[in-house]
Design a binder for this molecule. Structure first.
Ligand code: PA5
Length: 451
């Protein structure tokens, strides 16, 4: 089946997987998807208390965007650096968008502060290097935690808050701290209230990994200098396309969800998101969390991995081509680069590259992409393909919504609740016990850890 949607919008194709996905299977899933479309829109599916992301793009008001932009402007005017403190869904969305859009070597917008990330690890080296680095810099920060109780961002925030207060004084520090958290619950909310921080709310009905189009993602993205209205517009376009029809021929997210689930049923248990653009590396990280945390439960779920080609063709490429045949790939193809650069000619041609002289680098990259897809299909790896016109706010917004909707369909087809993450608690419970947190005492566990 082939999909063709108006130019400038994301396309999905599964032609390269024709040997593995037959029309009868698609038809069977079509019926299921039509029912799912209704249960999602009527909020009757599993996890229905977390469906706030479904209509989010069309519900974001101009006023809200203006408020975010005003807040971002203030930060941009007074800070050299902006630290985004958060983990998982409270940081990956912002990072995915910022890394996709920023210049790889110089800052996109000279007036924007440089973006740093904290609270996504517990590394003493990382944090002490950051504290040391920031001690003589002008900085602001957003501390982002829906629950307001997550250990990693709490530790980073305590350190950076104290550093900032020492540098500029308690009153001035308040002007440089934004808290993004629950409307009423959690330690961060209490702290924010007591200190009068500017606060944004993570809506109750939007889970962390679906929150990039709330203040969680929009504020950092605006601070970094990117057009959040255009991002939301792209997402809204995809919301319209995926909401208008559940027909696989018209709804790319449903078509993708159906295709990957058919492959999963046939033993393709690992999906690798492939991009030939290093800018999309963090988009892969965001995607891994979205699908991994949404689907990996009850002993089920496609394992999400991501690679950057051609870089990883020289490492993971061997396994993908010849290793265990349990992998399928989803290529994100970008139709057009944002810059242009031609391969120069050289008189001596010692490197033998003159046959490419005058060609764009893009020409070589796209040929590499086509060659890889064919080689992998020939090696027994089904390849799905998502095509976007270019990397910009609009297409990234489309991609975000496309994957969110596909993830919901996909998890529901699998029979799990895509919006919870009960498994994440296991390590936390153990960690608190090993750290000696009151209320988490467990002698046996401490013995098992050799403590
Ligand atoms: O998607 C999720 O719900 C998680 O990845 C959370 O975003 C992550 O665990 C961080 O949680 P919090 O925002 O409560 O600090």
């Amino acid at each position: 089946m082939n999909i063709s949607i108006i130019m400038n919008n994301l396309l999905f194709r599964n032609n390269n997987s024709a040997d593995y996905i037959d029309d009868k299977e698609i038809e069977a899933l079509q019926r299921e998807l039509s029912k799912l479309q209704i249960s999602i829109s009527e909020k009757k599916c599993a996890g229905n208390e977390f469906l706030g992301w479904v209509n989010l793009p069309s519900e974001i008001s101009e006023n809200f965007l203006k408020d975010i932009e005003d807040c971002a402007k203030k930060i941009r005017d007074n800070s050299e650096y902006f630290v985004i403190i958060g983990i998982g869904g409270s940081y990956l969305g912002a990072r995915a968008v910022i890394e996709s859009l920023r210049n790889s070597f110089s800052d996109f917008d000279k007036s924007a502060p440089k973006i740093l990330y904290a609270g996504h690890n517990l590394s003493e080296d990382y944090l002490s290097e950051m504290v040391n680095f920031l001690k003589d810099k002008s900085f602001s920060m957003a501390v982002i935690s829906k629950s307001g109780t997550t250990t990693e961002p709490a530790v980073a925030f305590r350190l950076l808050k104290q550093l900032l207060e020492k540098k500029v004084g308690q009153e001035a520090a308040k002007e440089r701290i934004i808290a993004i958290t629950d409307k009423e619950k959690g330690a961060l909310k209490i702290l924010a209230n007591q200190n009068d921080y500017k606060t944004y709310v993570v809506p109750d009905n939007v889970g962390g990994r679906f929150s990039v189009l709330t203040a969680v993602g929009l504020l950092p993205i605006a601070v970094a200098g990117f057009d959040i209205s255009r991002l939301v517009k792209g997402a809204k376009k995809m919301q319209e396309i995926c909401g208008a029809s559940s027909l696989l021929a018209e709804n790319p997210a449903a078509h993708y969800a159906a295709s990957r689930n058919i492959l999963y049923q046939k033993g393709f248990k690992t999906e690798i998101l492939v991009s030939f653009r290093p800018k999309l590396q963090y988009f892969g990280e965001w995607w891994k969390q979205l699908f991994g945390e949404s689907e990996g439960k009850e002993g089920k779920g496609i394992f999400p991995a991501a690679v950057n080609f051609t870089t990883d063709l020289h490492s993971m490429g061997q396994y993908i081509q010849d290793g265990q045949r349990t992998i399928f790939e989803t290529f994100i193809t970008v139709e057009k680069p944002n810059k242009s650069l031609k391969i120069p000619s050289e008189e001596q041609n010692l490197d033998g590259l003159n046959y490419l002289a005058g060609k764009d680098i893009e020409f070589v990259n796209r040929r590499a992409e086509m060659a890889t897809a064919i080689a992998h299909v020939d090696g027994g790896v089904p390849v799905l393909q998502i095509i976007i016109p270019e990397i910009n706010e609009n297409s990234i917004g489309q991609l975000i919504y496309f994957f969110e909707k596909a993830c919901a369909y996909s998890g529901l087809i699998l029979g799990v609740n895509p919006f919870d993450q009960p498994g994440v608690e296991a390590y936390k419970k153990n960690m608190f016990s090993l750290l000696g947190k009151p209320g988490f005492e467990d002698k046996k566990l401490n013995e098992r850890a050799g403590l």
